[in-house]
Design a protein around this ligand. Structure first.
Ligand SMILES: NC(=O)C1=CN([C@@H]2O[C@H](COP(=O)(O)OP(=O)(O)OC[C@H]3O[C@@H](n4cnc5c(N)ncnc54)[C@H](OP(=O)(O)O)[C@@H]3O)[C@@H](O)[C@H]2O)C=CC1
Ligand SMILES: O=CC(=O)O
Length: 335
């Protein structure tokens, strides 16, 4: 990278950071903390700090072309997320602004969350727990409340990167589930994921949808995947199939998902992510009896959020020091 410097630079933190990571930044740079999602005053403070910012660190807020245009000094964005769909990638590349993210440190936790959603939806855990809490457990439950087995069922995984493969390990090696996956290029399992050899097979999207009992999304949100799953795709899924999204809400056409649930074609959906977050109060997905909604908690454990904050801090400090950060998003401009 150019711009190597030891002088204190201006860092804008746009989502709360743990104290230890904030202290690391403050030891080296002038730090402003302003979360634009935390009310009007914070948003104004964020916008006021943008023109002077050399580096940004945060997540869950779109840094679009208009905001970038107001940040003429910006050299690096360090996202506390692995997904980079909140950033105007073309503008970052055009201006040579480095984009860093947090791959790897959240993989296992996010796969745990997605598998938990598979279990919760298939076995109706939340619904049946609610029945107990509300004092409606007055007799042995009947067939109308039985769930579906997970072990031995075929799992379709859309997108077979770090999280997709971690999910496949849980399913195939722990629950005896054959895995079908989509990817733009089939993996060489012998070299890339030998433990999944004989357990996972690449197939076109339509075949995965038609063969899987449970379909889980672990794709990034991009121009190629936005709205990928609509009425046609849900109709291709097996009657009684379960759908789980642990990636990004906008990959799914939510109206089409609702229609597939309402018609009875899909048995249930487990959703950690939504097209609009937080989920609007009037969204039918919030209260649908066969939807298990979660508030985007894929990586939300104490250990993993700390590891993400630490990696993002290290990324930012390295970039501002003119060094190559450990986790540069490879689709963005090279430093
Ligand atoms: N719910 C939550 O809290 C979390 C959600 N996420 C989401 O999960 C996503 C995946 O994370 P991670 O596994 O680390 O990312 P990876 O980049 O490791 O995996 C994504 C995979 O999707 C593949 N892919 C990309 N585009 C397409 C396409 N059009 N068709 C088929 N396959 C495609 C990529 O392969 P290739 O590019 O080689 O084709 C890659 O293998 C993140 O982008 C994020 O949005 C992540 C963490 C937590
Ligand atoms: O959604 C979370 C992420 O890290 O991406």
């Amino acid at each position: 990278m150019s711009h190597a410097t030891t002088t204190r630079q201006k860092v804008l933190v746009f989502r709360e950071l743990p104290l230890a990571q904030l202290a690391r930044l403050q030891a080296a740079h002038e730090v402003t903390v302003a979360n634009p999602r935390a009310g009007e005053a914070q948003r104004a403070a964020f916008e006021a700090a943008l023109p002077e910012a050399d580096g940004l660190i945060g997540s869950s807020y779109p840094i679009d072309d208009a905001l970038l245009a107001r940040a003429p000094r910006l050299r690096v964005i360090s996202s506390i997320s692995v997904g980079v769909d909140n950033y105007a990638l073309a503008a970052l590349a055009a201006r040579g602004i480095l984009l860093c993210h947090t791959p790897g440190v959240l993989t296992e936790t996010t796969a745990d969350t997605i598998f938990a959603l598979i279990m919760a939806t298939s076995r109706r855990l939340v619904e049946l727990s609610q029945l107990v809490r509300e004092g409606r457990w007055t007799k042995n439950i009947g067939e109308d409340l039985f769930g579906r087995d997970v072990h031995g069922k075929t799992l379709g995984i859309l997108g077979f990167g770090r999280i997709g493969q971690a999910l496949a390990r849980r399913a195939a090696l722990g629950f005896g589930m054959p895995v079908l996956y989509t990817a733009r290029r089939p993996l060489d399992l012998a070299a890339q994921a030998p433990e999944l050899q004989g357990h996972a097979r690449h197939a076109p999207l339509d075949e995965v949808l038609a063969q899987a009992d449970i379909v889980a999304v672990t794709l990034p949100l991009s121009d190629a995947t936005r709205g990928l799953l609509g009425a046609r795709e849900f109709a291709r899924m097996k009657p009684g199939a379960v759908f789980v999204n642990g990636a990004r809400g906008a990959i799914v056409q939510e109206d089409a998902l609702l229609a597939a649930l309402d018609s009875g074609h899909l048995a249930a959906a487990g959703l950690d992510v939504f097209a609009t977050e937080p989920l609007p109060l009037d969204s039918p997905l919030r209260t649908h009896p066969r939807v298990t909604p979660l508030p985007h908690i894929g990586s939300a454990t104490i250990e993993t959020r700390l590891a993400m904050a630490e990696l993002a801090t290290t990324n930012l400090l390295a970039a501002l020091a003119g060094q190559t950060p450990p986790a540069v998003y490879r689709g963005a401009a090279a430093g």
